[in-house]
Design a protein around this ligand. Structure first.
Ligand SMILES: [Ca+2]
Ligand SMILES: [Ca+2]
Length: 100
């Protein structure tokens, strides 16, 4: 019986891996109605508009992406591409990690 389950488990694992590798990643993009951060000379990543980029901005961006908040500052568009998505969250985290 074990001879049957081991190859079956291997096939299931490889199929799941193939689905993860081949399938395109879902995208979640929420347009930002305010102009991008670069256009307004605002602090990139400052989603809550307190003139500091910290983890509260990451939380704010995530809440705006999930439409739990609607008052994200233009700095939420941290990568200045005109929309708010997980790329901005990552960019904000990179900004935070680059701070001394
Ligand atoms: Ca902030
Ligand atoms: Ca963006």
């Amino acid at each position: 019986m074990k001879r049957f389950w081991v190859p079956l488990a291997l096939v299931v694992a490889l199929t799941a891996l193939a689905v993860l590798v081949v399938a395109p990643a879902p995208t979640l993009t929420v347009p930002v109605t305010a102009a991008s951060a670069a256009a307004n000379n605002v602090l990139p990543g400052d989603a809550n508009d307190d003139a500091v980029v910290d983890m509260s901005d990451v939380v704010k961006e995530e809440r705006c992406i999930l439409e739990l908040d609607t008052d994200c500052a233009p700095g939420a568009d941290a990568d200045a591409d005109g929309d708010l998505d997980m790329g901005d969250v990552l960019t904000t985290e990179f900004i935070i990690m680059a701070q001394p």
